[in-house]
Design a protein around this ligand. Sequence first.
Ligand code: S3P
Length: 441
Amino acid sequence: MSLTENLVFHVQPGGCLKGTFRVPGDKSISHRSIMLGSLAEGITHITGFLEGEDSLATLEAFQSLGVSIKGPVNSEVTIEGVGMHGLKAPDAPLDLGNSGTSMRLLSGLLAGQGLDITLVGDSSLSGRPMRRVTEPLRLMGAQVETTGQGTAPLVIHPVKRLKAINYELPVASAQIKSCLLLAGLYAEGETTVSEPAPTRDHTERMLNGFGYRVRRDANRISVSGGGKLTACDIDVPADISSAAFFLVGATISPGSDIVLEHVGINPTRDGVINILRLMGADIEILNRRDVGGEPVADLRVRSAPLHGIDIPEDQVPLAIDEFPALFIAAACAEGVTRLTGAEELRVKESDRIQVMADGLAILGADVTPTPDGIVIQGGPLAGGRVNSHGDHRIAMSFAMAALRAQGEIVIDDCSNVNTSFPGFIGLARDAGLTISASEEN
Ligand code: S3P
C-alpha cells in the first residue's frame, strides 16, 4: 500500500456475534519461537505461528542474520537453528516495521553477538522510547546507540563480552525483562531482573522448553550465560489479545454466544478476562489444558449487562494490550469505569489513552483522559468517523463498538491491523459484524 492510501473500515451498527472461531496465533509467543528456534541446536517446528506483519518482521530479520527458515505455510514454520554463536552479520539494517517487541528483544539478543547491526522501524516504532533497553544493556557492557531522543534506529556495535547485571525494572515491562534475559544468555555470570509487578512470562517458559534453566525467586528472574538451547516443537496458542475484541464484542451485543478456541490463558495475560468478569461479563473457561508449557482453553462468551468498576491496578500489566477493547466495554457499561496506573498506554503503537479518548468523544461518550489512565462514563454510543492513528488494536476496538452504536462507525488508518490480526475482517464478518474495508487517498 502506498503512503497516501488510507485503509478505511466501515462498520454498520447493531447485530450480535455467534459461532465457534479460532483467532490467529499469539504474537508474543510467535516472536519468541523464531528467536529461540534460530539460536537452538537442531530443527524447531512451529505450528499456529502468527502470519502477521510483526512476527513476520522477526522471521525476516533472522533470515537476514543467516538462519534458514521455511514458511509460514498454513501457520507452520520450520527453523534450522544455527546455535548460540551461528548468526551472521546482515547486509543491511534490519527493518522491524511496527514491532516494538522485535526491536526491544532483538536489541538484547544481538548485543552480545560481536556483530555490527542496525535496527530500524516505521514512523510509530521510531518514536517509541528505547533507552529503557539501551541503558541497562550499557550496564552489561553492550554498545547500543539510539538517536539523541532515545529512539530508533538502534546501532549495535560488537563488544568483546557482556557482563551479568542485577537490574530492577523501572516499569513493569516484559519487553525490557526479555531483552535483558536474552542478553544474559551471552553474559559472564548470572543476570537477574526484578519486576515491580508480574508481566508476561513467555520468554522464561520458552527458554525452559528449549532446555535453558531460568530461575525465579519471587519477583526475581535469573539466567546464567554460556548455556545452549535445544530445538523443540512449539504449538502457538491463539492470541488472547486478538480474542479480546471478540470477548468485548460478544459481551456488549445482546443475543451473542460465541466460543473462541485454543486461546492462551497464561495467568500473566488473563487480565482482560478478570476485568470483564468484574464488570459482569459471562465468560466460561472450558477444556483447560497445557500446550508446550503454556495454559490454553476454549472461551465461551455470552452477552451480559456490564457495570463500571475501578480497575484494580494489579491487573494493568496483565491486560496491557487489551485496554482499547476494555474502554469500549466501559463505554457500554452502566456507571463509571476508572483506570489508573496505566501511563505505559501512552507509549504503545499510539498514545492509546488520548487516541481512544478522542474516538470515544466523537461517538458521544463522556470520557476524561488522565496522565495515567481514563475515566469513562457508560452511555449510548452514536455513529461517527474516528481515527485509529495506525494502531491495530484501536482500529479493531472501534469496529466492535459498532455492535452497540446507533449509526455507522467509519475508522481511518486501519492497515496495521495486519500486524497482529491478518484476516480480521473475514473472521469478524463470519462472527456477525457488518464490516467492509475501502482504500481512500
Ligand atoms: C510484549 C510486551 C508488552 C506488550 C507488547 C508485547 C511482549 O510490552 O504491550 O504488545 O511480547 O513482551 P511492554 O513490555 O512494553 O509492556
